[in-house]
Ligand binder design. Sequence first.
Ligand code: HEM
Length: 224
Amino acid sequence: MIFDWPVRMQQMADFMGFSEEDLEMVRASGPLLLDRADELTSAVYDHFLRFPQTAQFFLTPDGEIDQTRLDRRKHSLARWLRHSIDFQLDEQFPVFLLAMGVVHSNPSLERGYLGSVPARFIIGTMSFAQTAIAGVLLEEMADPAQALRTSAAWNKLLMLQLDVLLAGYVTETPMPATEPPTPNDDRSDDEPEGMRRVLTNILDSNRSNGNANGASEQPQGDGQ
Ligand code: HEM
């Protein structure tokens, strides 16, 4: 893992091909998006409320919608949108993202009874945001080709952010690198180990059942 976060973000930006031109397109789209910031943030929270797994984070212990909390969160999301438009790869931005990741993965005492926000919903929200931003750009920009380019630039920026946001969840598999095999090493590829063996066994048994999708061919239930 790289813990020099600006260096890590720069490395990822290079890997994704997030260029100065992309950054300029993101900034140029700022006024269009900020004009519709209320609508964008409301769409995200309406979406959360549609699914019990995400709605629970915005309900009181009695199961009512917690409007105060919801309004506060919409405000936070609008702030995040503004920060993203003003994005620059400095020391501050990764700290903002890391703190945001930790806030979601480590519930405050007040909402400790809810536990962490599952990381998959952070990923899903980024996807939702990408789609919503693309929709606004297409509606607001006169040139659809420029809207597409700007949307691609936003997609990269949001994925760049997602990497650091999820670091608050420690998602990287904690397996240290081992020594590379030596030429005398007689570990054979025919003898898979660990998780690979489990996967190989599942695949082999599916294959021998003639079932490519992994669904069991055995009769379900009590067969009546
Ligand atoms: C792209 C994904 C997301 C972004 C950018 C985001 C952004 C934010 C921000 C900026 C804050 C305020 C942090 C602070 O200053 O204290 C916050 C807090 C919060 N968010 Fe999110 N959020 C995301 C996804 C989610 C999801 C999927 C949920 C749950 C369904 C969620 C639930 C919450 C809750 C409950 C808090 C309050 C935490 C606390 O004060 O204890 N967020 N979010």
